[in-house]
Design a protein around this ligand. Structure first.
Ligand SMILES: [Zn+2]
Length: 183
């Protein structure tokens, strides 16, 4: 998969919609690419039982609200209340609680979430968005400088300009090369 992963989870979610050289690509347009993306999250999300069209539609809707909230917050502006309400709603539908189990000798507590598989997924994504939005890093979120690229990232290094040097860094170098050798 060519989309950017490995950023804070909320940004990874926003980066599921990408402008690729051959047009717009949406990870959430098909259950297969969505499952692939979930695997790439490598334990950052609870296992998802299904990834059907209704799940995808729900995640797409939440992604829209998170995109709106991040876009405002990273410029130091107040996000629309509808976007924030959507994040609250998603978390409230699957709150975490601690379940006690007897292991034969003692009780152990494990944090789990109420709600079905979809509600849990949405709650985890919303929680990741809240972490980002309320954290000090949100104003450091940067958009890739690649032409037409819409990937967002949190630069660990202040000079980082591309979502990925392999993707956009190369694309820009190639474009410049042809620009220089055009005449
Ligand atoms: Zn890029």
């Amino acid at each position: 998969m060519d989309v950017l992963t490995g950023e804070p989870l909320a940004l990874d979610l926003l980066n599921t919609r990408a402008n690729m050289p051959d047009g717009e690509f949406d990870v959430l347009a098909s259950p297969d690419t969505f499952r692939e993306w979930l695997l790439a999250q490598d334990g950052r999300l609870s296992p998802v039982e299904t990834a059907d069209d209704a799940d995808l539609a729900a995640v797409r809707a939440l992604r829209g609200h998170i995109a709106e909230a991040v876009e405002h917050a990273r410029q130091g502006a107040a996000p629309p209340q509808t976007a924030l309400d959507a994040l609250h709603e998603a978390q409230r539908a699957a709150p975490p609680y601690r379940r006690l189990t007897w292991d034969g000798a003692a009780l152990t507590a494990t944090v789990i979430r109420a709600g079905d598989s979809r509600a849990r997924l949405l709650a985890e994504l919303a929680e990741a968005a809240v972490d980002l939005l309320a954290g000090p890093a949100v104003t450091k979120v940067r958009g890739c400088e690649g032409p037409g690229c819409r990937m967002l990232f949190l630069p660990a290094h202040p000079r980082r300009r591309w979502c990925s040097p392999a993707l956009c860094g190369n694309r820009v170098r190639v474009a410049r090369y042809y620009q220089r050798h055009k005449d």
